[in-house]
Ligand binder design. Structure first.
Ligand SMILES: CC(C)(COP(=O)(O)OP(=O)(O)OC[C@H]1O[C@@H](n2cnc3c(N)ncnc32)[C@H](O)[C@@H]1OP(=O)(O)O)[C@@H](O)C(=O)NCCC(=O)NCCS
Length: 188
């Protein structure tokens, strides 16, 4: 994956990110979350695009992975919304199109988020992953320690259980993941 660029998202890319979100939700959560819940949460409309555009402008907290001029995945980050880890940063989400998964792109996006959070003063980090999602392996692979579970209740129409992974030394986790990327580059 030499021709990959990791960079911040632009507001005009809001719709592309929603398209990726919808596609990846349908392949990932099929069988894990009822389809009618997925459809309700993941519809595309003008209001959602505008909201996303505004959010990118104001928060500037999305990293995208671009290959040959096309965005194929993204990650978002910021202050955690979990009240048990109030000082921690959180990688809220990572969505990569099926054909590009397990090629090391998710780790590269996570590293970009970690670097940015360190710049913003965070020293600890959490990530969350729906119980039963094979991507829990990705969260473990970033070096996070499983510390418990919380509930995920989008729009009050569904209750899911999420596993929480904690990084008690964000700087150390950043180095760990950068070294893993470096090692993969050398051993190619
Ligand atoms: C989760 C996701 C962002 C990870 O990105 P990725 O580019 O596929 O992951 P990477 O290639 O960087 O993987 C890093 C490590 O995690 C492992 N991993 C990633 N996804 C995995 C999976 N589904 N099952 C098992 N291991 C997985 C990789 O094998 C790799 O291990 P290694 O370094 O020992 O070789 C991506 O797979 C994705 O978008 N999945 C679907 C959506 C999703 O579940 N998002 C997370 C919601 S919490």
């Amino acid at each position: 994956m030499e021709n990959i660029i990791i960079r911040k998202a632009y507001p005009e890319e809001a719709e592309r990110l929603i398209d990726i979100n919808i596609k990846v939700w349908n392949t990932t959560y099929n069988g894990l979350i009822p389809q009618e819940v997925i459809d309700k949460l993941q519809s595309k409309n003008l209001a959602r695009i505008e909201r996303n555009k505004k959010s990118i402008k104001e928060k500037n907290n999305i990293f995208v992975a671009e290959i040959d001029g096309k965005i194929i995945g993204y990650s978002t980050y910021g202050k955690t919304r979990d009240e048990n880890y109030t000082d921690a940063g959180e990688i809220y989400a990572g969505y990569i199109l099926d054909d590009y998964q397990k090629l090391g792109i998710g780790r590269k996006l996570a590293v970009a988020c970690m670097e940015e959070m360190i710049k913003n003063g965070y020293t600890t980090l959490i990530t969350k992953c729906l119980k039963g999602n094979p991507s829990n392996e990705f969260h473990k692979s970033l070096g996070g320690e499983f510390v418990g579970q919380s509930t995920f209740e989008p729009l009050g129409i569904y209750v899911g259980i999420e596993n929480i992974y904690y990084h008690n030394d964000l700087l150390k986790s950043l180095k760990y993941n950068k070294d893993k990327i470096e090692y993969k580059n050398i051993s190619k």
